[in-house]
Design a protein around this ligand. Structure first.
Ligand code: ATP
Ligand code: MG
Length: 290
């Protein structure tokens, strides 16, 4: 009976999300091991088989760093962005497209799903330009060259729509291209947010390695289970977010501005957090709404 009541509790959510597109970003930091990753894939398949249309975007930061070290390159970051030279962009493509994307697709197949792996290059899904950042050093402003780090110029969601309409689950790696054929390393959160906006997804869900967003109240760190998007904008402007949470916040703000209803930041390293967030009243992570 307990199992049945769990299903019944999920009914209103299944009804609400049936036929809707949900973008799920699996953070590199959420893929703590293969077992957790496969469980996440199964959760996404459950969404699919109750009539939700999932689109997966994945990261891969930790594995890129590990491979770089194997090739004798020390990873370096400026404001959380990886300095990406010619050798590094090759490693980025090798790890993201060749390994992680392909592994996620395999787990879908193994568990009875039809997934298709694409990078942001395929079908000109994500067209990028070189990202420029300026740093203040004393009195002067200096432009920092990050190499092949891109930012979104525009998104062509056509290829994803074709896949979704035909019952496939797209799995997108955050590698993009410009019209001259230069390949760029993209932040996966930003790509997920832009894709969610372009598809007018119902939800954007980010799986990471923390329970959600924390904020400082006095000198206490407090977990936020719900916040309006303008509150998140305030936090971002006020410098309350650091490192990997900055692009997550930017992606969420962008997605909601482009018509996505709600965004969720949850702990993907905890089993079945995705299902708990979507199918229970309480949820478990941070929900951001308009
Ligand atoms: N205010 C905050 N609340 C919660 N986490 C924060 C905050 N500020 C910074 N963080 C950091 O953001 C990190 C999550 O982003 P991170 O980029 O490391 O992971 P990811 O995006 O899931 O993985 P990947 O970048 O490989 O796809 C957390 O581990 C946490 O340390
Ligand atoms: Mg990140």
């Amino acid at each position: 009976m307990e199992k049945i009541s769990v299903l019944i509790e999920a009914l209103p959510y299944i009804r609400e999300f049936h036929g809707e597109t949900v973008v799920v970003k699996i953070g590199g930091h959420a893929m703590v091991d293969d077992d957790i990753l496969e469980k996440t894939v199964k959760d996404i398949l459950l969404l699919y088989f109750v009539g939700i249309k999932p689109v997966v975007v994945h990261g891969g930061g930790p594995e890129i760093s590990e491979k770089m070290k194997k090739f004798g390159i020390q990873p370096r970051f400026v404001d959380g962005l990886r300095i990406t030279d010619k050798e590094t962009i090759e490693i980025v493509e090798m790890v993201l497209d060749g390994k992680i994307n392909s592994k996620i697709v395999s787990y879908f197949i193994k568990n009875g799903g039809r997934a298709v792996g694409v990078s942001g290059k395929d079908g000109l899904l994500v067209v990028a330009r070189k990202k420029k950042i300026v740093k203040r050093i004393g009195e002067s402003e200096v432009e920092v060259d990050l190499g092949f780090v891109g930012e979104t110029e525009y998104v062509n969601p056509g290829i994803l729509k074709i896949m979704i309409e035909n019952g496939y689950i797209p799995v997108v790696s955050p590698v993009a291209i410009d019209l001259n054929g230069n390949v760029y390393n993209m932040n996966a959160d930003i790509v997920a947010g832009d894709i969610a906006g372009a598809l007018k997804a119902k939800k954007l869900i980010m799986l990471t390695d923390v329970d959600g967003i924390y904020r400082m109240e006095g000198n206490k760190r407090v977990f936020v289970s719900k916040m309006r998007v303008d509150e998140l904008e305030e936090m971002l402007k006020g410098g309350e977010l650091e490192g990997g949470m900055i692009p997550k916040a930017e992606a969420v703000i962008n997605a909601l501005k482009n018509g996505v209803e709600k965004a969720h930041i949850i702990n993907g390293s905890k089993e079945h957090s995705l299902l708990a967030e979507i199918f229970t009243k309480e949820g478990i992570g941070t929900m951001i709404y308009r």
